[in-house]
Write a protein that binds this ligand. Sequence first.
Ligand code: SF4
Length: 210
Amino acid sequence: MISDYLRKGTESRKDGTYYPSDIGGCMRKLWYSYTKGAEPDMGKLTSIQLGRMMHGFLADVINSEKTDIRMVKPRVAIMEKFEGITVEGDVQAMIISYEGREYVMGVRATKWLDGVRRPDRIHSMQMNLYMHATGVPRAMIAYIEKSTLKTKTFTVKYVPEKAMLALKRFKKLHDCIIRDELPSPEAKQGNEKWQCSYCDYVSECARDAH
Ligand code: SF4
């Protein structure tokens, strides 16, 4: 019952339509996930659900009016068209108002808050895409520690080139999918080998080598 509930909303996508939250992940991993159609494992589904719960928690805190932040929009849905593809879906973000200015506020669950010293590169790219798509040129990310609910918040600068880079990455992924061309194993080749620890396609990736 719980796994059925968690799987809701993770159905495969229409051709040429991509999830905004996928940006920044290893290109090869994304290629497998869109072409192999494997269902996400329970670990990933649980992590998505935790993110949703943290989003709900933060929305409740803001709506309680015990902070100087005001809720403008509790949910954000992105729909961005770019060079024949569509980037579309609900994202873990809300729009808030603070000191008279609107911000896109992203929410992330983390195991260890002390280890979070700045916004993660991938999260920063996501927030730039969200700012571009919503037209709100300021953003914050709240990292919430799962075991304590302590929170750290960072502002994220809007850099239009980063939003464009995100859209271009989706286009590149799309081109690889329609040409049936396997992308390089970005995470292994770069500084983000940690992504491989959370990848459902480790054996396929090792088999396909370069
Ligand atoms: S194992 Fe690592 S490099 Fe290979 S697809 Fe997964 S994340 Fe990418």
